[in-house]
Design a protein around this ligand. Structure first.
Ligand code: ADE
Length: 230
């Protein structure tokens, strides 16, 4: 998988060197390019934004640097990318979105500041790839960088070979529409707290039933919106 990121804060993405993502890059499963939007400006101040037509607060990101940066991000490839613009005004990011994106060979993340990017950029980007505006949740971040990072992590760990034990991907929150069951390890007693007896019983059927019950109970308590209406 190839990922390109366009941002005015390229150093945000330095952490992609570490942990799981760093290993995926080292092993050749993942190739990442980070593009500084300001490298695509042509004035002395490296200006990326301007005042909004029609008036109003805040600044809007100018289309010209974005056009050049997106051209650079897709250059030399013959596969059609998906171009993701993290935005609080986008569709909601879910595990299903992560799964869909994990099947793509090339993803471009366009990280804007939250006030916005000139609308024509999205229109132009649609000529280069499949455009998606995606929100991490119903809150506002200062820019798309942190959101892009979260999406990259959620997507890349689903690429075959990135997570060592594929079974660990199946039994986790959201994969089956329910929250994950509680986990315990040794010792069986710790600071007066015992591991539930059923987990020590060695009875696989009872363990599976208990875990399922816990998933449903937790989901009902913490995320009733995930359950079908009763
Ligand atoms: N940029 C600013 N806020 C965001 C959010 N909630 N999700 C994705 N991108 C954003």
């Amino acid at each position: 998988m190839r990922i390109d990121v366009v941002s005015i804060f390229p150093s945000f993405f330095d952490v992609l060197e570490v942990s799981l993502l760093g290993r995926a890059r080292g092993s050749g499963l993942l190739d990442i390019g980070v593009h500084d939007l300001r490298d695509h400006t042509h004035d002395r101040h490296r200006t990326v934004d301007d005042t909004p037509y029609g008036g109003g607060a805040g600044m809007v990101m100018k289309p010209e640097p974005w056009g050049e940066a997106l051209d650079a991000a897709v250059a030399g490839r013959d596969d059609r990318p998906v171009i993701v613009f993290p935005s609080p005004a986008g569709e909601r990011f879910t595990q299903a979105t992560a799964r869909e994106l994990s099947t793509r060979s090339h993803i471009v993340f366009g990280c804007g500041r939250y006030e916005g990017i000139d609308e024509r950029v999205f229109d132009y980007a649609a000529e280069l790839g499949d455009v998606r505006l995606i929100s991490l949740g119903d809150y506002v971040l200062n820019g798309g960088e942190v959101a892009a990072m979260a999406m990259i992590e959620a997507v890349v760990r689903l690429v075959p070979g990135v997570v060592g034990n594929p079974a660990s991907l199946i039994e986790e929150s959201h994969e089956d529409g329910l929250l994950e069951y509680p986990s315990y390890t040794k010792p069986a007693q710790w600071r007066g707290r015992a591991v539930p007896d059923v987990l020590l019983s060695g009875h696989h059927g009872r363990v599976a039933q208990w875990r399922r019950d816990q998933q449903v109970q937790r989901t009902r308590e913490r995320r009733p919106d995930l359950l079908p209406p009763e």
